[in-house]
Design a protein around this ligand. Sequence first.
Ligand code: URP
Ligand code: ZN
Ligand code: ZN
Length: 486
Amino acid sequence: MADFDTVIHGGTLVTAGETFKADIGICGGTIAAICDRIVGGEHRIDAGGKLVLPGGIEGHCHIAQESSSGVMTSDDYYSGSVSAAFGGNSCFIPFAAQHRGQAISEVIATYDSRAIPNAVIDYSYHLIISDPSPSVLAELPGVFERGITSFKVFMTYDLMNIGDGGMLDILALAKTYGALTMVHAENNEMVKWMNRRFAAAGLTEPRYHALSRPELAEEEAINRAISLAKLVDTPLFIVHVSTRGGAEIVRREKLAGTRLFAETCPQYLALTRADLDRSGMEGAKYVCSPPLRDRETQEALWQHIRTGTFESVSSDHAPYRADATGKFSNGVDVPYAKIANGMPGIAMRLPYLFSEGVAKGRITLGDFVRLSSANAARVFGLDRKGSLMPGFDADIAIWNPEERRKVTLADQHDNMDYTPFEGMEFTGWPELVMNRGRIVVEKGALKAARGQGQFVARKPTDTGTMPGYRAVEFVVAAAYGHEVAP
Ligand code: URP
Ligand code: ZN
Ligand code: ZN
């Protein structure tokens, strides 16, 4: 009998901390051994000349999710997970979105019914809370118990924005249970005021979408969200940071010890608001929030990636087709404010980051692993993923660092009718993706069965040695007036 189910041999292993040549022996879906040379194995995979990395963990994607105005993403848990796997991911964490009036138990049951029969890679959910009523808050401990240890809130979109008081309620509850609060930070009133001004002036083409959501709206909201989290002294994760000012605030607060995490996304590095100027309604394909910015911002964000401001680069895959099911669900030729927000990109996140980051010398291979999987595993409590170590899930991506390919829609595996990365040339592509020792994708072919991905119960966030912030007033309030040392 073979010692190992599978042996990956001859490759160069990369983790967040090390790059070294070794073989990997896999047993029962788990990494069982890593050493110079492993003989035997029921299946042997030759990784000579290739990089062997932890499978990517996509921490921000919208799959089988209705937007607040009821538009369903084009990807369900099958096409979304297949596309993620072709892009080098072995695990993803989409959102389970509560819309106002829904019980959380109903939300989770709905997403379970969408994910369980369909996902081809492991998954969990971040719970979106749009209505923090007492009955909803009462359900959150149960969600946390189930291993859904992150709650996302919005400071914008009228139907999602929970206001500062609602955020404090969530943050305080998250603190009690050790959950992580994630936030979409844009000042809703600034955006609405800009919308009214543009509408009054008849400026309604897609290009005005970017201008209607000023950099200051993001910066102000990031600052406010951090202040709210500091009052309660609980960790916060700022999603899709798109501005230099926002990144600088994150940087400053991290240096001060605030328990803070953040991500940016490839679209803010690869595209600019000039993409919204495309003719006709082509620009609609580039409508996302926060919006695309400019070249200077791209450089600043890359500098923040290089110097550790961001834990991850996530896709914010929000796939709405450029037709009546998606972008144009309110009609074609509609004002920008009626175009569905979001762009696809779950499969392009890692090839983009590898090519523009590693291949162009902006980041190291270790950085790539941190930004693509290791940090997401640590921050989102996936304690058996994000590294190559005995005892960890055999979630592995084998990359060919030399392969050069041009991006085309025809090569995508999502359920979209465009890719914003069309025509870009990337160096370095994943060749094989494995989840718990089972091959999901190999040399351009899907090998996984629908529904073979498993729900992963997550642990609380590891905030390491980040000291946090002690607001004496909150301590007093929490102690109901008991004496607090100065
Ligand atoms: O435009 C975007 N990003 N749409 C998806 C929803 C969100 O704000 O993350
Ligand atoms: Zn968002
Ligand atoms: Zn999003």
